[in-house]
Ligand binder design. Structure first.
Ligand SMILES: NC(=O)c1ccc[n+]([C@@H]2O[C@H](COP(=O)([O-])OP(=O)(O)OC[C@H]3O[C@@H](n4cnc5c(N)ncnc54)[C@H](OP(=O)(O)O)[C@@H]3O)[C@@H](O)[C@H]2O)c1
Length: 340
């Protein structure tokens, strides 16, 4: 008989948490009890899950008594405070924030890439950054075949990556702009920023706060997390991360240099066989991945695979995925499934 588990979703009212609930049901995760947790703001709110209604509870350390799996997506501060409390009470935490990703004791896992890392967990497992996940799913088979020498990524990231209020802001800004009304800006580049920008009909070359050397934190996350997941601590890799006025689905223009020759056709054939990847690459038929087409899908879509003639053994690729699914909810649940 299969065992069923008590599951908690922390941040259950958010963009990622809501998708987490959908994906748990879709994948028929073996649930015996489900707890939906959020802040006091959402306490007592009713959420329909399948045919049952669940009352949202304000999260506290005691929320995790008897919980087997706790999926956290309520920001880094809350994860730092409560993930250890959940783990202490025997739950396996899969954390979507960046709080523990670079902690040496915490595995950072993409099931298609480094599933074995999950088994070393000590109660907390980190889900990588959304852009990192889709990029590394694409990079890993190419590295196995021809060894990465250098990676250059430029992202085109959807507003859903900044949470549900940012999506509402994009929609309100579009309406106001088209109606010739004043456009309110609060959430982009991030909530509480000293300067905010219109995202509607615009794009913003900043995601998360600025850190050292002119990089923003999202760029540093992509660099450091890729090295950790692929066990390539010295990998030369750089990134420019850009927010674009797309509701959902991140895109990455990826330029890679390899140690060995790998033609575009060979790369396409390798990626075609890669679990979790779907190829959309028929330039003759104007077929390539777009964020709209990726929305609601769990795959990493790859197209525009072509040689980079400016270097020896170079390739260009276009990598698109639903950041709320494979970039967050689906990857987290796949991680937990490795432990069932
Ligand atoms: N969006 C993405 O593409 C993506 C991808 C990967 C990881 N993540 C990470 O996932 C987390 C959530 O992102 P999101 O896009 O879902 O944000 P969101 O739509 O703004 O939702 C935030 C959720 O966290 C809850 N929350 C916030 N502060 C809380 C607190 N102090 N105590 C308890 N619950 C609290 C909110 O509950 P209330 O309803 O009560 O406010 C809500 O359920 C973030 O850490 C983000 O970095 C997001």
């Amino acid at each position: 008989m299969t065992k069923n588990y008590n599951v908690a979703v922390v941040g259950a009212t958010g963009m990622v948490g809501q998708k987490m609930i959908d994906v748990l049901l879709e994948r028929q995760f073996p649930i015996s009890g489900l707890k939906l947790l959020a802040s006091a703001r959402s306490a007592d709110k009713i959420i329909k899950v399948g045919s049952n209604n669940y009352k949202v509870e304000e999260v506290s350390p005691q929320s995790f008594e008897g919980i087997d799996f706790a999926f956290f997506s309520a920001g880094g501060d809350l994860s730092k405070e409560l993930a250890p409390e959940a783990a202490k009470r025997g739950a396996v935490v899969v954390d979507n924030s960046s709080a523990f990703r670079m902690d040496k004791k915490v595995p950072l896992v993409i099931p298609e890439v480094n599933p074995e890392a999950v088994y070393s967990h000590k109660g907390i497992i980190a889900n990588p950054n959304c852009s990192t996940i889709q990029m590394v799913v694409a990079l890993n088979p190419l590295h196995d075949a021809a060894t990465l020498k250098r990676v250059v990524a430029a992202t085109y990231q959807a507003v859903s990556g900044a949470g549900k209020e940012a999506v509402e802001e994009l929609q309100e800004q579009c309406r106001a702009y088209l109606d010739g009304k004043p456009v309110k800006t609060e959430r982009i580049p991030h909530k509480g920023a000293s300067r905010t920008y219109q995202i509607a009909f615009n794009l913003i070359p900043q995601i998360d706060v600025f850190v050292d050397d002119g990089y923003c934190k999202e760029e540093i996350k992509m660099i450091q997390e890729t090295r950790k997941i692929m066990s390539l601590p010295e990998l030369p890799i750089t990134a420019t991360t850009v927010r674009v006025p797309v509701v959902n689905g991140h895109s990455i223009a990826l330029n890679i240099e390899l140690e060995k020759a790998l033609s575009a056709d060979e790369a396409r054939a390798l990626l075609e066989k890669t679990p979790g990847v779907l190829i959309a690459d028929k330039p003759g038929q104007l077929e390539y991945p777009t964020p709209l087409a990726s929305d609601g899908n769990d795959a990493v879509f790859i197209g525009r695979i072509r040689p980079d003639f400016s270097i020896t053994h170079g390739l260009n690729l276009w990598v698109v995925s639903d950041n709320i699914r494979k970039g967050a909810a689906t990857n987290s649940i796949q991680i937990a499934e490795l432990l069932l």
